[in-house]
Design a protein. Structure first.
Length: 265
């Protein structure tokens, strides 16, 4: 394999940059192409069939063009729906992103866990299975919070976060039976850790936030162990579907992470 072959991180938007940040801690100089499907954002309001077809189609074309050594679907919604299909049709290793229910179950002391995701993620059988396997003796309270995706996208562009959006998430979880006992919050969308400060202020210091970014980064590093990785000499690439204007406002966030200007796919 070409030593310059990149790692491809794919997400509907900029949420996967939280995975990129974690990846940089374990593979600080590996070449990365980040692909944001801004033309398809948001995924959470789409049907399973729409998401599966879109993700599989895009990743097939991207694998052909970029020749990555590994693909990471840095999106909970896309992973819970399309991960199996993508693995069947592509020959490169594919790492998915799933709600961090297992570590949350190990962390909780009250036995009550809140899970915040997109509409599509929280209704998946995949999430039911994770709960059955790792948190069968816990109370898992799920809510959809699609507005957090837009808030995270806006924050990374330097815009203010509407406090009402954060308060709504807290209030809906707290109002659920047993909600007052939540001591662990699963951020089941890669966008949501971008709002960790705002969520911490709303939920208080007694509620721990859990996401999968660190675990995903370790998994990628494990799969690439022993491979020769060229040190990225040029900036990492950030590609988007749809008009380049969709990436407006991201310049500072991308530059801070070592990306060049956004490119159209």
């Amino acid at each position: 394999m070409d030593t310059s072959s990149p790692i491809l991180l794919f997400d509907s938007g900029v949420g996967g940059l939280t995975v990129y940040d974690a990846l940089r801690e374990v593979l600080p100089q590996a070449p990365v192409i980040y692909a944001a499907d801004l033309a398809g954002l948001p995924y959470g309001s789409k049907t399973e069939a729409q998401i599966a077809a879109r993700v599989a189609g895009l990743l097939g074309r991207m694998a052909e063009r970029f020749r990555p050594r590994l693909i990471c679907i840095a999106c909970n919604t896309a992973s819970t729906i399309a991960l199996g299909m993508v693995r069947e049709v592509l020959e490169v290793p594919v790492v998915g992103t799933v709600p961090a229910i297992k570590p949350a179950a190990a962390l909780t002391r009250t036995g009550t866990i809140g899970l915040v995701g997109t509409e599509a993620t929280i209704r998946q059988r995949y999430v039911d299975d994770l709960q059955s396997r790792f948190a069968a003796d816990k109370r898992l309270l799920r809510i959809a919070a699609p507005a957090l995706v837009g808030a995270a996208e806006a924050k990374l562009r330097g815009e203010a976060v509407d406090p009402a959006v954060i308060a709504d998430v807290h209030d809906r979880l707290a109002a659920m039976p047993g909600g007052a006992a939540i001591d662990t919050l699963v951020l089941a969308c890669t966008h949501f850790p971008l709002l960790s400060e705002e969520l911490a202020e709303a939920f208080g210091p007694q509620v721990a936030q859990v996401d999968g970014a660190q675990g995903i980064a370790r998994r990628i590093a494990h799969l690439l162990e022993g491979q020769s990785l060229a040190i990225a000499g040029a900036p990492n690439r950030f590609v988007v579907t749809g008009p380049l204007s969709g990436a407006a406002g991201l310049e500072a966030a991308l530059a801070a992470r070592g990306f060049g200007p956004a490119e159209a796919f």
